[in-house]
Design a protein around this ligand. Structure first.
Ligand SMILES: C[S@@+](CC[C@H](N)C(=O)[O-])C[C@H]1O[C@@H](n2cnc3c(N)ncnc32)[C@H](O)[C@@H]1O
Length: 285
């Protein structure tokens, strides 16, 4: 049998070039991340031992993953890792890959909780994360707010399986109650202080090929799920709760109008993300 030898350095050069030829947006970084994932070593290893040969298995694994990357599969699905809020999350095709913008949503919730002048200032607050996906929001909150009670819901049982796996790995499983169902339906009789959500808000045309449609797409210009969420909030009544959601910049006016109609007295606050695009809406009911 013919054995092919390839050093780390040559593999990096060869596969960065291949990714570049296939128009992958960050070919060098992607080749690096995939390679150190295959080697099960930290990134520095690649540059400390550039002349080390890959084993046949490593080379096979590498070529398989690079091939998948050339077809557009996100690196996070290939390596099953994504960092969010300084924590390492397991991800696969069952969940949306956590986005950096969503870290700002988490920061906003932490701000509301720690704001002494806020309408909610006692210690035993309950926060619900609707459409938890990988669990990234609820878990980041559990890690950063030790006295808070947390509930996380999702309509996808597959997503809940991933979220629970992450909660176990990150050692907050006993802090979060995971519930299956449509938006607030599984928790309609509970008292909630903060409702946080990053629900699907893209149109079918905007959706990305490799991530689950259930995690991305909503009808009515991407607004149907937020409209339904606020409708449920009104119906199930959560007096004085604060609702904090992430949305697409172009939805700002439509979303605000809809919420204003349901809550004419509610104080709506809209924030931009780090890229200076309208992204986060907060309302005190
Ligand atoms: C945009 S993803 C966000 C996931 C995660 N919260 C994050 O920020 O990365 C939206 C999530 O909402 C869930 N979802 C979609 N429709 C839902 C519904 N009607 N009720 C509850 N969850 C829903 C999807 O399964 C998906 O996990």
């Amino acid at each position: 049998m013919l054995t092919i030898h390839m050093t780390i350095k040559n593999a990096l050069t060869k596969y960065s070039k291949l990714l570049k030829e296939n128009n992958t947006p960050s070919p060098n970084l992607d080749a690096e991340v995939i390679l150190f994932y295959v080697l099960k070593k930290p990134k520095e290893y690649l540059y400390t031992y550039p002349e080390k040969n890959l084993t046949t298995k490593q080379l096979n694994d590498l070529t398989t993953l690079i091939k998948r990357r050339t077809k557009g599969e996100p690196v996070a699905y290939l390596t099953n890792h994504k960092e969010f809020f300084g924590l390492d999350f397991y991800v696969d095709e069952r969940v949306l890959i956590p986005r950096p913008e969503t870290e700002e949503l988490v920061e906003e919730v932490i701000k509301v909780v720690s704001n002494k002048g806020s309408v909610i200032s006692n210690q035993s607050l309950t926060i619900c994360d609707i459409g938890t996906g990988s669990g990234c929001i609820a878990i980041a909150l559990a890690k950063n707010l030790p006295n808070i009670k947390l509930i996380a819901t999702d309509i996808s049982k597959d997503a809940l399986t991933v979220a629970k796996k992450n909660a176990r790995q990150l050692k907050v499983y006993d802090r979060i109650k995971f519930l299956h169902g449509n938006l607030l339906e599984p928790i309609k009789n509970m008292k909630l202080d903060i409702i946080v959500a990053n629900l699907p808000y893209l149109t079918k045309q905007e959706a990305l090929k490799h991530e689950p449609n259930l995690a991305l797409v909503a009808s009515n210009k991407g607004l149907s799920l937020y409209n339904e969420l606020f409708h449920q909030i009104k119906k199930y009544k959560f007096p004085n709760a604060v609702v904090i959601i992430e949305f697409a910049p172009h939805q700002r006016i439509g979303l605000s109008k809809y919420i204003k109609r349901l809550y004419p007295q509610g104080e709506i606050n809209i924030k931009k993300d780090l890229a200076k695009r309208y992204r986060i809406l907060k309302i005190t009911l």
